[in-house]
Design a protein around this ligand. Structure first.
Ligand code: NAD
Ligand code: LMR
Length: 338
């Protein structure tokens, strides 16, 4: 039996992350080696030639799973029958800019795209926002998509999750594959809370392993507060500083695994992951905000891991990032984008 073709729309497909995504999706890295894909590449005029060039190269790749590729400037065409949308196209942050500086520029992109998803996408559509400020762009897109449950939208914090796992593994001199249950809370921004209080490393609680590594609980706590959290939360800015532009291949890798785990499911063996999803009031985050949480999926979409103990220090950090999300929501509301 031939598997049905999954239609995947990538916005900003002519940009850097787009170029890092397309060939991996065509090769089956996102949905598996048995799922043929149709790619719809949405661009604006300045990026169209770049997307067209990528489409030519996709053809030259002779990917067996690739059913067809279409490049368009029209959101109605791009989202027609779309099953999975990767909303990447946005203005990237440059040196010295904070993500919220981009709110106004990007509010005008994600509203119309949310509306086009509601009007043209398939009934089972799921959309992940990569373009920054990702959480609030997801909020705008979901609010502009009447009839599509907000749970079908998410924003990418998997890159932060991966960064947290990698920093923890490197510090404990462990392979990253044995790190489980780190969590990213809040906004994909410098206020995010990378949380290792529930994490384990090769079955040992991460905090206990850090106490052994640093010679006591106080030293371990200092490493978490003064090195780990700022390093992970500031990694996007560090990459911009070192590369001269924002992360690309690691972001594309995170987006691919975010969709894969959402659609194919997370596993008990690997533990939870993190994604920004709509809050229903979980952990005191106001309903309607798109905040990062620890999540799992059984293949039908991400669900927030509930019942975790949140101590006072974690509470304060989650509240600080939530306050920034509220501020962003209020700012886009004032711009008329909600
Ligand atoms: P880029 O500038 O290389 O590409 C962006 C592309 O989007 C451009 O080709 C541009 O023409 C296109 N575009 C702009 N407006 C569009 C619209 N309305 N419709 C369709 N396409 C449009 O940028 P990039 O490096 O690919 O980064 C893309 C976004 O991803 C940025 O916002 C960046 O900050 C963000 N990002 C997020 C994460 C994350 O973890 N969430 C990580 C890295 C980068
Ligand atoms: C990242 O985290 O690498 C991106 O979101 C780029 C940025 O603006 O930090």
């Amino acid at each position: 039996m031939t598997a049905s073709v999954t239609t995947i729309t990538i916005t900003g497909a002519g940009g850097q992350i787009g170029y890092a995504l397309l060939f991996r999706i065509a090769a089956g890295d996102m949905l598996g080696a048995d799922r043929p894909v149709r790619l719809r590449l949405l661009e604006v005029r300045p990026g169209i030639r770049s997307a067209e060039g990528a489409a030519l190269e996709l053809q030259d790749g002779a990917f067996e799973l690739l059913h067809d590729v279409e490049v368009t400037e029209d959101p109605a065409v791009a989202f027609d029958g779309c099953n999975i949308a990767l909303l990447v196209g946005a203005r990237p942050r440059g040196p010295g800019m904070e993500r919220r500086d981009l709110l106004a520029a990007n509010a005008g992109i994600f509203g119309p795209q949310g509306a086009a998803i509601a009007a043209h996408a398939a009934d089972d559509v799921r959309a992940v926002v990569v373009g920054n400020p990702a959480n609030t762009n997801a909020l705008i897109a979901a609010a502009s998509a009447p009839g599509v449950p907000p749970e079908r939208f998410s924003a990418l914090t998997r890159l932060d999750h991966n960064r947290a796992a990698a920093q923890l593994a490197a510090t404990l001199d462990a392979p990253v594959g044995v790190v489980r249950d780190v969590a990213i809370w809040g906004n994909h921004s410098a206020t995010q809370f990378p949380d290792i209080s529930h994490a384990t490393v090769a079955g040992t609680p991460a905090l206990r392993a850090l106490e052994e590594r640093f010679g006591g609980a106080d030293a371990a706590a200092r490493w978490v507060d003064d090195e780990f959290i700022p390093r992970v939360a500031g990694r996007g800015a560090e990459i911009i500083e070192v590369r001269g532009s924002s992360s690309v291949a690691s972001a594309a890798n995170a987006a691919i695994t975010h969709v894969r785990d959402d659609v194919l499911g997370t596993s008990e063996a690997r533990g939870w992951t993190s994604a920004a999803v709509v809050s229903h009031g979980e952990y005191g985050v106001p309903a309607g905000l798109f905040s990062s949480f620890p999540v799992t999926s059984d293949g039908s979409g991400y669900r927030i891991v509930e019942g975790l103990t949140i101590d006072d220090r974690a509470r304060a950090r989650i509240d600080a990032s939530t306050a920034e999300l509220v501020e962003e929501r209020d700012a886009v509301h004032a711009l008329g984008a909600l």
